[in-house]
Design a protein around this ligand. Structure first.
Ligand SMILES: [Zn+2]
Ligand SMILES: [Zn+2]
Ligand SMILES: [Zn+2]
Length: 139
């Protein structure tokens, strides 16, 4: 089994060409991608199927959703161990003002942020915008 087949199998999903193609795009690009981004990459894009596939992947713990500063929904590959019950992707996201890419900072966990007493938090999101590593020529 190749990596993509293995991911589908691990999450109990049937292997289809569309699912494989979409997952391959994600593992190749390593950035967060919107429905439109995916459609552009596919040889035979089908809006509804792409939409459904991304939703299914999110529900299965293969992708997590990221909103960029313009409030566009994008998806990014999950770390191992996410499943339909729990997404463990408690990391910071970075949006580059130069290339427009949204990137998972997998190794940058959230600092401890606690909601005040009486509030029940269920999700924390942190998005840093600026200049990414590839666009930073000083780097
Ligand atoms: Zn996840
Ligand atoms: Zn950049
Ligand atoms: Zn992420």
């Amino acid at each position: 089994l190749n990596k993509v087949d293995q991911i589908l199998k691990d999450h109990g999903l049937r292997v289809t060409n569309m699912r494989k193609n979409i997952l391959e795009i994600f593992s190749e690009k390593r950035i967060a991608l919107s429905n439109n981004d995916i459609e552009k990459e596919l040889e035979f894009p089908d809006r509804i199927t792409v939409y459904r596939t991304l939703k299914k992947f999110e529900e299965s713990g293969i992708l997590h959703r990221v909103y960029d500063t313009s409030d566009n929904a994008k998806y990014a590959l999950c770390i191992n161990g996410c499943d339909e019950e729990n997404h463990l992707d408690g990391h910071v996201h970075f949006e580059c003002n130069a290339c427009g890419n949204t990137i998972c900072l997998d190794d940058t966990p959230f600092p401890m942020i606690k909601a005040p007493s009486g509030y029940i938090g269920s999700k924390t999101e942190i998005l840093i915008s600026g200049i990414c590593k590839s666009c930073n020529v000083m780097n």
